[in-house]
Design a protein around this ligand. Sequence first.
Ligand SMILES: [Zn+2]
Length: 221
Amino acid sequence: MGARRASKDTDRRIGRRALIVGGAAAAAGSAVLARDELGRLWWRVPGVEKPRKEGEVDYAGARWVAASDANWRRADRPDDYGIDMVVVHVTQGSFDSAVKAFQDPAHKAASHYIVRKDGHIAQMIRELDVAYHAGNRDYNERSVGIEHAGFVDRPQDFTDEMYEASARLTARICARYDIPVDREHIIGHVEVPGTDHTDPGPHWDWDRYMRLVRAARTTPA
Ligand SMILES: [Zn+2]
């Protein structure tokens, strides 16, 4: 954790990728490719990505709705970046407006999942990929982002169905990547270093949520 180690890790990864895409980088002349450009190029090399199917979801309870690919970066998690965190968000808007925003290439942000008040879950980005949801590169690379439709100052937006559906989703994510079910690893956007976001806000009931995640974690899927 921490910015120093993060940047060192990033440099090392970029070094490896720079070797892999040496041909493409050379073709681009001596121009310095932005790190994200390298990130987009390296996966084109055969054999470095897992098979994907259009419309496939990572969580059986979710419906696929693709986000604009401007709002995430292709990756091969957890092999290139380990996943050890879930970040809880609140959309500050309706479910439909969040889906629209994540489909908008100009939005420049999106999370993997959105949970609606009735417990419906949309997956918009594969967990393999890095979603731009935390406003912090290191945290984006190591986490799965879950949005909850509603407003931070409206506790009534956080329904029983929403808490339960979200907790089951988070429990499955924790099970798949061996993430400890605690507040070090299941955090709010507000807890991401450097953020100016306050979600999920003071009305999000963390005790209740963590209790539900723990309960779902010990229940067979
Ligand atoms: Zn957020």
